[in-house]
Design a protein around this ligand. Structure first.
Ligand SMILES: *Cc1c(COP(=O)(O)O)cnc(C)c1O
Length: 609
């Protein structure tokens, strides 16, 4: 996998050119160039880059596919989308979403009071707000306030209790009543590791009996004219389209039945999120079995068919896809700090004028190793190594000969592993696991890839440079937390090969892709490593512009964010130091200002070039 699966996961967003990874857009800057520019301003830790053009691309893709499907199927409803804030609430991500979505009237979805407040302040006028999740009276009152302030807001009820609260608030005030949606509890469940949102045992939604009860209640209270939406969400990262089709049939029929029961204002079906993103770098384990084309056509075709059969006008369609919209826009870039088993480097070979015959043979094997002979040569090399070690024990060869032999055999194994990486034998797989190189990365997996830690979700990983040479080191990645879970291990069935680099001479950067959905908000400050410094990169026809710099929190601010008094901490450190003995006043002052500088940096390591 010389191109690191780029053709599988990158959706043509990146290309390899001149050995570097570049953005496949307009002036096509290389990621390395962008990172070097940022690092020249003293930012040495991990860096999160946002690319708004990739959000624009996803929004465009979503809208254009649904428009096309509607046209092809003579579908009469409209298509509307909202961005679920829980997927990424970070200011510059939300700003990119609303800016890129404004011409489509792309709205926001909120699942909590804080998200609702955010949605009310950031939704462009004319765009929709949908509200899901569990709600108390305050949250429902906020919905009324939003409606009264002019927002096109729909509050989806997750249970009858919430409907009763809406009725209560409507009785108590004269504010505008928001649109009301009903989340239906489907008997058909989703697929994939996040699919706990659908099905009979789902956490959310009304059963058919409760739906009938809800319509009755709304009718009695004279609020039925506010019931506008049927909603479902079958879970994130749907791997298979079949459960969606079952859910559409079910929800479509519920919609049609409700219309017949007199819900005349009912006008839309909200299909939630769940549209999957390709995270895999290896074709055999790729994650979804459908395209956006099939997804949009299925939704439109099935709903059109149900409505036509029941003689009900086509509903407007809402989607709440989040992952699909923002996953690709953010890339985490981490410098490699160290390679742990760097002792078997070819440049450390030191041959004599006359070497022992077995060593000469190893030199030949190393030179002549190729695709066809590698298994045989590897066996020879392992066999020679055995004999050379015996010769050493018996005093026939010296330490330099032994060192040369070890480096050569190591090299032969590495090369054979690489040459057979597409089709490894059992024996080689075991060698591989034993000989993997550990790359220490200046980042925290807990902070930046929490779904890897919590769910084993794989993210595409590749170096930003050296892409014109063959990576031969089976790699596992260690982060800088003091936690053995902070490791992305090497797996023979999903290998990651990286380059052999001398970090004393050059930097080596790894990119972690598709991290724009969920990772930032779920990230946790284990060991007090915080959100990495972030930058938004706008690419134009001739160049690019770096905007919205947001530096990682400094150490004092991190401590303050969990409740410490930062002044008290700094004063204590300074007092202790001032009370110590110094030979000169200058050294004391220098040390004090050094201390002050240290606590005002972020907590990531600063040891790369
Ligand atoms: C989480 C969530 C979404 C977003 O799902 P994605 O898989 O990220 O598209 C949409 N709607 C609801 C109700 C959700 O809870």
């Amino acid at each position: 996998m010389k191109n690191f699966g780029l053709d599988i996961w990158s959706n043509n967003n990146f290309i390899i050119e001149d050995g570097q990874l570049k953005l496949n857009y307009k002036s096509m800057p290389s990621l390395l160039q962008i990172i070097e520019e940022i690092r020249s301003n003293d930012s040495k830790g991990p860096i999160l880059l946002r690319f708004p053009h990739l959000i624009k691309k996803q929004i465009q893709t979503l809208y254009s596919h649904f428009d096309k499907a509607m046209e092809e199927n003579n579908y009469n409803g409209t298509f509307n989308a909202v961005f679920p804030l829980k997927v990424n609430q970070f200011p510059f991500a939300v700003e990119a979403v609303t800016a890129q979505g404004s011409k489509y009237n792309y709205g926001l979805e909120a699942g909590s009071k804080a998200e609702l407040i955010l949605a009310m302040s950031k939704t462009p006028s004319g765009a929709h707000i949908t509200v899901n999740g569990f709600k108390d009276k305050e949250m429902i009152s906020l919905g009324f306030i939003a409606a009264h302030s002019g927002h096109k807001i729909t509050i989806t009820i997750e249970g009858l209790g919430e409907l009763e609260t809406i009725i209560q608030v409507a009785r108590e005030c004269t504010l505008k009543v928001p649109n009301i949606g009903i989340r239906v509890r489907l008997h058909s469940a989703g697929s994939g590791i996040w699919a706990k949102s659908g099905g009979m045992d789902a956490k959310f939604g009304l059963t058919s009996t409760e739906i009938i009860e809800a319509v009755k209640l709304l009718n009695e209270e004279n609020l039925l004219q506010h019931l506008s939406m049927v909603h479902f969400h079958i879970g994130s990262q749907m791997s298979d389209i079949a459960p969606l089709k079952r859910a559409l049939r079910e929800a479509g029929n519920i919609y049609a039945e409700l219309k017949k029961m007199g819900a005349t204002s009912l006008s839309s079906i909200n299909i939630g999120g769940g549209l999957a993103v390709e995270y895999d770098q290896h074709i055999h384990s790729s994650t979804r079995n459908y395209s956006i084309d099939e997804f949009s056509s299925s939704v439109i075709f099935l709903l059109g068919e149900i409505m036509n059969a029941k003689n009900v006008p086509h509903p407007d369609i809402f989607t709440e896809s989040g992952r699909f919209i923002v996953a690709s826009h953010a890339v985490l870039i981490a410098p490699v700090l160290e390679l742990f088993t760097h002792d078997y480097q070819e440049q450390l070979l030191n041959f004599k004028k006359k070497n022992p015959p077995l060593l000469e043979e190893l030199i030949e094997l190393n030179k002549l190793l190729n695709n066809k002979n590698c298994i045989e040569y590897l066996h020879d090399a392992l066999d020679h190594m055995e004999s050379l070690l015996t010769l050493f024990d018996l005093g026939y060869i010296d330490l330099q000969d032994r060192s040369n032999a070890e480096i050569l055999v190591h090299n032969i194994i590495k090369k054979s592993l690489y040459l057979t990486s597409l089709n490894p034998t059992n024996e080689l797989e075991q060698l591989q696991v034993r000989l993997q190189e550990r790359y220490l990365i200046n980042a925290s997996i807990f902070q930046s890839l929490p779904d890897y830690w919590g769910l084993g979700q794989h993210f595409p990983i590749m170096p930003l440079h050296h892409l014109d040479s063959t990576p031969i080191r089976a790699a596992s990645l260690w982060d800088i937390t003091c936690d053995s879970d902070g490791e992305i291990g090497f797996k023979p069935e999903r290998p990651l090969y990286l380059h052999d680099v001398n970090l004393d001479e050059e930097d080596y950067f790894l990119g972690f892709f598709n991290v724009g959905a969920y990772q930032e908000t779920l990230g946790m400050s284990h060991n007090l490593f915080t959100h990495p410094s972030e930058y938004t990169v706008h690419i134009n026809d001739v160049n690019y512009e770096i905007k919205n710099e947001n530096q990682s929190k400094n150490i004092l601010d991190i401590l303050e964010s969990i409740g410490y008094n930062k002044d008290e901490i700094l004063n204590k450190l300074k007092l202790d130091l001032s009370n110590s003995q110094f030979i000169t006043e200058k050294e004391k002052n220098d040390t004090l200002s050094n201390l002050e500088m240290l606590v005002k940096q972020d907590g990531y390591l600063r040891t790369t070039l």
